[in-house]
Each structure stands twice: as C-alpha cells, then as structure tokens.
Design a binder for this molecule. Structure first.
Ligand SMILES: *Cc1c(COP(=O)(O)O)cnc(C)c1O
Length: 418
C-alpha cells in the first residue's frame, strides 16, 4: 500500500506512530478495521456526549438530508436554525438573547473576540485589550491562539499573534488572580475570556465556582466584557448544562460547540447579550457584524443540534451525568493514595490526575509512552503530558469504565516498579 497523503492534526508523522483506521462507532466504542473494539475514554477529543451514533441524532440528520442540505445564511434562514436559536435562548440565561452560528470552537471564539471589539468600537470607546488566564486554550486559529497559552504549540507563529493581558491560574493563591484581573479591568480592558471551572488543554486544571463568580463581578464592576468559553465545559461535562451555571455566572458572551450536536457533526454558536447586539444594530452599514463562513448554520448540523436539545429535554441527561460523576469518583478514590499519583481531581464527569515524575511536561517521554500503552490496551486515552484524564461519553457502562481505570492503575504500578 502506498503511503497515505493525509496530514493528521497534532501528529508528528516523523515518529512513525501507527495511525489507526476506524470503520464504525457505537456508544462508548470505536471499531477498527483490524477488528478491535476501542473504548473512547476521551469522547473523541471531548465532543461525544450521549455516545457515538446516537439513534435520535442520526435519525434527525437522515431526515434533514431529505429536505435541505446547505444554503447561504446571510439574509436567508431555515427552520432548523430558527428552532435551535430559540431553544438555546430558552435553556440558557435570559440575558443571552442573540445567537450567532459558526462551525467550530475556534471560530466561536474568533466571533466572540470580534463582537467584543466591535462593541467598544461602535460605542466610540477605545478599549481593545483582551485579558486571558494562564494555561488557557481557546483554539488554533490566529485570534484563538493569541488568547491562549504560548508555548511549543504556537512558538513558530508568534509574529502573527496579538498581545494580551494575562492573569495567573487561581491555584494556591486565588487572590493574586483577582488582583491582576482587577488591575487589568481598571486599566480599561475590553474583555476577559476564560474557560469556566476547567482549563481543558492546559491540563484539566480545575478551580472553584466561587472564583469564577468573583472574576465575573470584577469584570462587571469595570464594564469589561466577560466571555465564557464553554466549548469543552458545556453540555453537561462539568455536571451542569454549562459550567457558569454552578457559579450563578451569566457572561456577556458565551461560546458553545463540541457537544452542541452531541458530538456528531461540527457546529458552534456564540451567544451574545443585548448590549452587544445593540452596539452593532444600526442603519449604518459600517456597523454590520462582518463575519461569515460558507457553512454558517449548516441545516444538517442544526438538525443534529435540535435532536441533541430534544434529548436534553426528554431524557434524564443530568441524572446520567451525576451518576457517571459518582462512578468516576469511586475509581479516582481507589487510586488517589497511590505513590505515583498526584492531584486526583474531578469536576462533573471529568476525572484527572498526574502520574509519575513531578516535573513531566507535555513533551516529556512519559506522555508518549502512556499513549502507546493505552493504545495497545485498546483504549482511546490521550494524556496531556503526564496528566491522565478520563472524560467518557455519558452512556459508558461500568465494565468499560472499570477497564479504563484498571489500565491507569496498572500504568501507575509499572511506574512504581521502575
Ligand atoms: C476544543 C476547544 C476549543 C476549540 O474548538 P475547535 O472546535 O477544536 O476549534 C476552544 N475552546 C476550548 C475551551 C476548547 O476545549
């Protein structure tokens, strides 16, 4: 067979790691061409919520395929998008009155940043500094990278990235976070963008709802727009529909993607509050919100999202999420005393811990070794450096979950024996 021309994301092809061919998926599992059943312990990079090939979502896409595939969304609309926007407004905080569609988490973030800058520009105020949290991840497009952590992932592109203010992660000294944020906001920051409760790609770093609420009030006091990037944390991951809900926080702008369609097809929304809309609403064309991508509000994707929302309305999703969280906690407790395990932690359905040496970084060789080990055990489990986390689809059964944790325990045992 000739070599594949496919260039994979976040993959160093020069290392020669195998690329697995998957033929189908069901529930919490992927099935490979060579006949293996692989447990999807990370929800296929955090997107799959109810499970792969959920019958209601698949049926909704199949039905939509008979009606309308794709159409321009500038000045034209369709029922799946209208229904979806209304339902999002109904289930999310009342203050989020406007829904802008795009197609990935990164674009939802770009849209949020453009809305924030447009807001200040159209109000005639010169506020253009964006403030972010250390260790954040908001996507891989230029604006999203600019507001994310800098490092090996984006060092080569540094000349394209814009400067931002940074507040420390609220670890042992949360007051320092609030103080730096206060200073940035007082100096006229335009917006603060943050991942609520859990910093995903930064290493599943978790902080309390209290801090989230306090950061929100600091921003409110100074008029700094508060952008919640719920791309990973939304749709039940942290135990509630959104992570902001646990802190009673209503952001000015909220980004949602990943689980919006149950993880079946790409779609994103940026939800905005009325003042942001009003700053753009005018008879003056220069105030138009100039953003679009060809597939904005693709009808098939909207149909999938509507099916996801029907599942949320009609099935006990939050009960499933709570039960999964409790099961995760039991497994986590079973390992938390282990000599090779540090910082065992959980937020909703997400459980994480650090394995092995205290100063392992993403590029330390423990990560790749673990990745190989998990792959050989037919587990899709992809550590972030030496941070191992389990974030499965909500439908995972106990034998599958136990198998994931048994392999993590066995990895910890092997490290201890070295
Ligand atoms: C994954 C992620 C993004 C980017 O979403 P894509 O769909 O991969 O572009 C943005 N923000 C957060 C918090 C994420 O976890």
């Amino acid at each position: 067979m000739t070599q594949s021309p496919v260039w994979h994301p976040f993959t160093q092809h020069g290392l020669g790691d195998p690329v697995t061919l998957v033929t189908h998926s069901q529930g919490a599992a992927l099935y490979t061409a060579d006949g293996r059943r692989v447990i999807d312990a990370i929800s296929s990079w955090w997107v799959t919520t109810h499970g792969h090939c959920n019958p209601r979502i698949m049926a909704a896409i199949a039905a939509q395929v008979q009606q309308l595939d794709q159409m321009i969304f500038a000045g034209w609309t369709h029922q799946p998008a209208e229904d979806l926007a209304r339902e999002l407004c109904r289930i999310l905080p009342d203050a989020l009155t406007r829904v802008f569609f795009s197609d990935s988490g990164s674009t939802a973030v770009e849209v949020a940043l453009k809305m924030a800058l447009g807001y200040w520009t159209h109000r005639g105020e010169k506020r253009d500094r964006i403030v972010v949290m250390d260790h954040s991840y908001h996507g891989d497009t230029i604006g999203a990278m600019s507001v994310g952590a800098r490092g090996v992932f984006n060092a080569a592109y540094a000349p394209m990235l814009f400067d931002v203010g940074r507040v420390p992660f609220p670890g042992t000294d949360p007051q320092a976070t609030l103080d730096v944020l206060e200073a940035e906001c007082a100096a006229g920051a335009a917006a603060f963008i943050v991942e609520p409760l859990v910093l995903g790609a930064g290493g599943m770093l978790m902080y309390s709802p209290d801090i989230l609420a306090e950061m929100r009030s600091v921003c409110a006091r100074h008029g700094t727009l508060f952008i919640a990037d719920e791309v990973m944390t939304g749709w039940g991951r942290t135990g509630t529909l959104t992570a902001c809900e646990q802190a009673g926080v209503v952001p000015d702008i909220m980004c949602l993607s990943k689980g919006l369609t149950g993880g079946a097809v790409p779609l994103a929304v940026t939800m905005a509050s009325e003042p942001i809309w009003e700053a753009h609403y005018s008879t003056d064309r220069t105030r138009t919100f100039y953003h679009s991508s060809s597939y904005t509000a693709n009808p098939l994707a909207c149909a999938a999202a509507n099916a996801n929302l029907a599942i949320w309305r009609e099935e006990p999703v939050l009960e499933r999420v709570a039960a999964l969280g409790a099961r995760q906690q039991v497994h986590l407790d079973g390992l938390s005393g282990h000599a090779m395990v540090r910082n065992a932690r959980r937020c909703g359905t997400i459980a994480a811990l650090e394995l092995g040496d205290p100063d392992g970084s993403y590029l330390s060789d423990l990560g790749p070794r673990l990745l190989r080990r998990f792959r050989e055990a037919d587990l899709l489990l992809r550590p972030l450096g030496n941070t191992v986390y389990v974030m499965p689809p909500y439908c995972i059964d106990e034998p599958d979950l136990a198998r994931i944790w048994a392999e993590i325990a066995s990895a910890a045992e092997d490290l201890a024996a070295q």
